[in-house]
Design a protein around this ligand. Sequence first.
Ligand code: SF4
Length: 453
Amino acid sequence: MSDSSPLAVRVITLGCAKNLVDAEVMCGSLAVNGFVLTTDPELADITLVNTCSFISDARKEAEEAIKAALAWKAGGPTRKVLVSGCLPQRDPQECARLYPAVDLFLGLDDVPVIHSKLAALYSEPQKPALPSAALPSYLYNHETPRICVTPEPYAYIKISEGCNHRCAFCAIPGIRGKLRSREQDSILAECEQLLAQGVKEINFVAQDSTSYGKERGDSLLALLRRCEELPGDFWLRLLYTHPLHVNEELFELMAHGKHLVPYLDMPLQHISDHILSDMRRGMSSAQTRALLQMLREKYPQITLRSTFMVGFPGETEQDFQELLAFIKDIRFERMGAFVYSPEKGTPALQLPNKPVKSSIAKKRHHILLKEQQRISLENNKRLSGQVMRILIEGASNLDEFYGRSVMDAPEVDQLIYFTEPEEDCIQGYDFVNVRIRSCTPYHLRGKLLREKK
Ligand code: SF4
C-alpha cells in the first residue's frame, strides 16, 4: 500500500434494510473522502462489518462475520477491521472485550463521519476510543452522500429512525434511540434522485413507518399523498407498519394508489390476548381480528405480510394453538416467524411468566412455518394461468429471468422466474407481463407475454 494509492474498503452489511441504508451512507462518505470501495478481499485494505444485534441469531451471524474478517486481517500486516452497527452501539465495552483485534468500533452516530474516524486510525498512534453508548440521534437526508448497493431496479429510503414504542421483547429502542423523522421535502427529493437514476421501486423503511412524523405533528399519509403526485411509472412500497397506526385512509391509498402498491407489511407478533398484553403491543386480540376482517372484506387486493413470535414467556400450548388457528383462518400471503430471544434491557426479562423450553419453542416455530408453506402453495396454485406484472430484477441464467410482483417485497418474498419467447424480447423493459405456468410454495414460473408493458 503506497502513500499515493487510496485505501480500499470492503463493506459487509448484516441485518435489516435500515442497517443497509446506514452501510450505504458509510459507503457514500468514504467514497467522497478519497477511499475506494471493493468487494474483492484481496484488493481491500480495510474490511467493515456492519452488524445487527436485535436477537441472539443476529449476534451469532455478526460474530461469524467479525471472526472471518479478523482471519482475513491476519493475512496482511497492514489490513484493518472495523465493526459498526447495532452490536457496538448496544454494548461497546463487551465488543472490545470479545474482539480486541478489531481496529475500530463505530456507533450509529459515527455513520456520517466514518471517513474521519478511519483517517484518525492511520494518523494517531493511540487506540481509538469506543463509541459512546448514549442513544443515537443521527438521521441522514437527501444531501448525504450515499451509494445504493441494492440491485438496480429497487432501493430503500429510510423515512425515520428510532422507535417510541416499548414492546416488551424488543431491544431496538435501546439501540436505535427515540423516533426521529425526516422532513417530507428531503424524502421527496431523495425519491426524485433515485428515480432519475433509473430506480423503479422505492421501499420506505423505518422501525415503525406508520409512526412517521408523529413526534412533530406530521403524518405518513401526508407524505404518501405527495409521493403519489410524483411523475413516472414506479412502485412505492411501505414496509414495517404497526397495527396500532394503520387505518382505512392508508388502505384506500394502497388499494387505489398510482404508485403506492397494495402490500401491507404489518408484524402482529401474536394473537393470544394475554401474550399481546404482556408483549405491550397495545392491540387486543379482538382489535386485531376486527382490523384484519375489515381488510379482507373491503381491500382483498391488498397483499398481507406479517411476522409472528413463538416461545414468548408464558406462552401455553393453548396460546400457540390459537395462533395456529389464526394463521389458518387469515391465510397471510406472506409470513415470517421468529423464536423469542431473551434480550438484555427489555421489559420481558422482568416478566414473572414461565419461560418456554427452547425445544418446544423451536417445534412451534417449525409447525407455524410448515403451515404457512401449505398456505403459500395453495395461494400460488391459484395464480396458475394468471398474467402478472413483474419488475425485472435479473437473469438467473442464459435464458431465464426473474423478478417480483407487487405482492413481493425485495429480499424477503418470492421471485417469479420466466423465459422469453424470443431473444432480446425484454431489452430495456423494467416491467413486463408474465403468464404464470407453475409454482412451488416459494416461487412462481411463467412465460413472458410479448405485448408491451
Ligand atoms: S414497534 Fe416494537 S418491535 Fe418494532 S422496533 Fe418498536 S419496540 Fe421494537
